[in-house]
Design a protein around this ligand. Structure first.
Ligand code: SAH
Ligand code: SF4
Ligand code: F3S
Length: 469
């Protein structure tokens, strides 16, 4: 399903900067610095989009603040992956009526994946009159125009037309961290896993041009960033829409060749497209972290077929076997869904046995949540909720024991870790595989790589001692 990827014309983006100038001039004429708050739900893709929203806001003269109370602009960048995620947003959106009452000039926006669903925009139109603007991910690049219209025309704005999807290069970004950076290499998804809403709200798969990605990574490396995480719903199909002869493994290699002391991570890999070439490339370069997030979703080949995942249990296990063979220190994580419609106890046991066989470092575990408009939401689902909860608890217990066992095996090892922050009396650091380590040390170590000897372990994290060697 290759559609042609289009890049937003630089002239069109220029016109957005024109709106930024007009908004900045407006606030200057008011004689004060306006403030803005962006709240992010969902995955790293949304985190990366929020950095762009903050970039635009900064260019419009806004100061970024950490709470909605009193802010001139509030943006909720939302997630639609499960029902619970949407309920949280509607709850928080409701609460904003009070902040707006206390600060009547406040402008409230809803964007992100929920905004890509007409059921959501219809509900906002009808029942949330305090929301001033709604825009889907396809319209994020037009945010200055939307904000200008809200400020100027005093009219609610809905930018929710379903676009085939394009790419906007050159949106300014205010990054959350000076140490770690997200770099989106592609947007959207073509996979249509039967349970998943993402292809409907983020559109078709489209890849950024390799030269744009490389330029961004080069600039990040030069600015001293220590970790670059490449983002896409299915990074392994990178480049298929571009016909430029660069696949994901090639791109990884080119980024690994950029000079500088930094690590490269990426997510997410779809098991169908994860190739030996990818694993060989990971093994070849020290700069590529030996960490792989490879969601399996279910251990049952029948369920995988019903999910439209295009691989079976055996192919998945074979890929994991190869990856571990070429990268013995690989840290492997995954996503799993419990209680997909029609999942039997036997099929659930297959999921448990796969977990035990692979021995994941950690897992993101989910109970199936029907998403209106997806095929799985219409499938017969006779398993009671209590039974799904029981399976979920059992699965978590199995995984927690494995995580603890793997963490214990770290004790006594000395590892090179990136010191990335503070947590009460401890400094925090990440191993190459992304495991969290707490240790005592001086704050000046934050932002550097240090050797830490692991002295203790729990299911969730490691403790260690700074080793100067
Ligand atoms: N593109 C990634 C996943 C993005 S969504 C991939 O294909 O691996 C993150 C995770 O949310 C998925 O891997 C899946 O485990 C879970 N998920 C997605 N839709 C869901 C649903 N309807 N109910 C429960 N979990 C879901
Ligand atoms: Fe959703 Fe599947 Fe695409 Fe991942 S690959 S975003 S689970 S449709
Ligand atoms: Fe959620 Fe959208 Fe990410 S639905 S998980 S924020 S792509």
């Amino acid at each position: 399903m290759n559609t042609k990827t289009t890049v937003i014309d630089p002239g069109q983006l220029e016109s957005q900067f024109g709106y930024c100038d007009k908004i900045a001039a407006f606030w200057q004429s008011q004689g004060r610095t306006p403030t803005a708050y962006v709240e992010t739900y969902g995955c790293q893709q949304n985190e990366a989009d929020s950095e762009k929203l903050r970039g635009y806001l900064a260019q419009c003269g806004y100061q970024i603040v950490q709470e909605a109370e009193g802010a001139d602009v509030v943006i909720l960048n939302t997630c639609a992956i499960r029902e619970h995620a949407e309920q949280r947003v509607f709850g928080n959106l409701g609460a904003l009526t009070h902040t707006k009452r206390r600060h009547p000039g406040q402008k409230i926006f809803l964007c992100g994946c929920m905004a890509g669903q007409t059921v959501v925009s219809d509900r906002i139109k009808a029942s949330y009159p305090h929301v001033d603007g709604v825009f889907s991910t396809h319209h994020l690049w037009q945010f200055p125009e939307i904000l200008w219209k809200v400020l100027n025309q005093k009219k609610r704005q809905f930018y929710i037309a379903d676009e085939p999807g394009s790419i906007a290069e050159g949106i300014p970004q205010v990054r959350d961290s000076r140490l770690k950076a997200w770099v989106s290499i592609m947007y959207g998804c073509n996979n249509f896993c039967t349970y998943c809403i993402v292809p409907y709200v983020r559109g078709r798969e489209r890849s950024r041009r390799p030269e744009d990605i490389l330029a961004e990574c080069r600039a990040l490396a030069e600015s001293g960033v220590k970790e670059i995480t490449l983002l896409g719903q299915n990074v392994n199909s990178y480049g298929k829409d571009l016909d430029c002869g660069v696949d994901f493994a090639d791109l990884l290699e080119q980024i690994a060749l950029i000079p500088g002391d930094f690590l490269i991570r990426f997510m997410t890999s779809h098991p169908r497209d994860a190739s030996q070439k990818l694993f060989d490339t990971m093994a070849k370069y020290d700069k590529i972290a030996k960490q792989l997030h490879l969601p399996f979703q279910s251990g049952s080949s029948r369920i995988l077929k019903a999910m439209n995942r295009h691989y079976d249990r055996e192919t998945y296990l074979e890929k994991v076997r190869y990856a571990k063979q070429v990268m013995p220190s690989l840290v492997l994580t995954s996503d799993v869904i419990v209680g997909f419609p029609g999942e039997t106890e036997e099929e659930f046991q297959e999921t448990l046995s796969l977990i035990q066989q692979v021995h994941y470092d950690s897992l993101f575990t989910f109970i199936f949540s029907p998403r209106p408009g997806t095929p799985a939401a219409k499938m017969e689902d006779p398993t009671p909720k209590e039974e799904k909860n029981r399976r979920f608890d059992q699965l978590c217990a199995v995984q927690n024991a494995i995580s603890e066992e793997i963490h214990r095996s770290y004790v006594g090892k000395t590892l090179r870790c990136l010191v990335d922050g503070k947590d009460k009396d401890f400094l925090t650091a990440r191993t190459e595989g992304g495991r969290l380590v707490r240790f005592r040390g001086e704050e000046k170590l934050i932002g550097t790589y240090q050797f830490i000897t692991i002295t203790g372990a729990t299911t969730w994290s490691l403790t260690g001692e700074w080793s100067q060697s």
